[in-house]
Ligand binder design. Sequence first.
Ligand SMILES: Cc1cc2nc3c(=O)[nH]c(=O)nc-3n(C[C@H](O)[C@H](O)[C@H](O)COP(=O)(O)O)c2cc1C
Length: 185
Amino acid sequence: MQALELLHNRVSSPKLVAPAPNEQQLEAMYQAAARAPDHANLRPWRLLVLEGEQLNKLGQIFAEVSLAKNPALNEAQLQKIASKPLRAPMVIAVVGCITEHPKVPEIEQLITAGCAAHALTQAAFAQGFGAMWRSGGMMFDADVHHKMKLAENEKLVGFLYLGSAAKFRSAPEANSADFVSHAQL
Ligand SMILES: Cc1cc2nc3c(=O)[nH]c(=O)nc-3n(C[C@H](O)[C@H](O)[C@H](O)COP(=O)(O)O)c2cc1C
């Protein structure tokens, strides 16, 4: 796929099934992530790959944390929460790793982590795979972070759901006049 064709046509895929990218295809995605722009080369992110039983465990974490916050949740509601990570055969959790730096504030480090996440989705799409970047309340929950063994200085930037899509929708057209103007300072 040509670079501009990819950039103009990438779409998210909410419905994903096996197969997920294989090791070689994942490596191509990791290399794309590693080219995210990165002030002072801090590499302020890391990736946690979840498949199979690990997706079940993540779902259990979501259910446990939800129940602790809302003990009124019934079994069906908990099942629904626990099944969220099973919407794809693979999830990559993108973790922002924030360090103190005199020139690179936290927001820049999180932007870099976001760029890495987007590069992963683009490299997945370039290889014919579907991806969907998801957050949800669980992503911002400190108890979820703790149960996922994130360090104190780490935050989740996204859950990238990955797999094969039956078909890709066409990218909607964008009118650049809606978001571009020439500065008149
Ligand atoms: C940080 C971030 C978090 C997101 N979280 C969700 C989410 O939890 N649920 C959802 O349906 N879409 C979420 N999205 C949006 C989708 O990933 C996707 O971009 C959107 O559905 C538009 O589809 P498109 O990428 O094909 O334009 C999120 C996007 C970003 C950048």
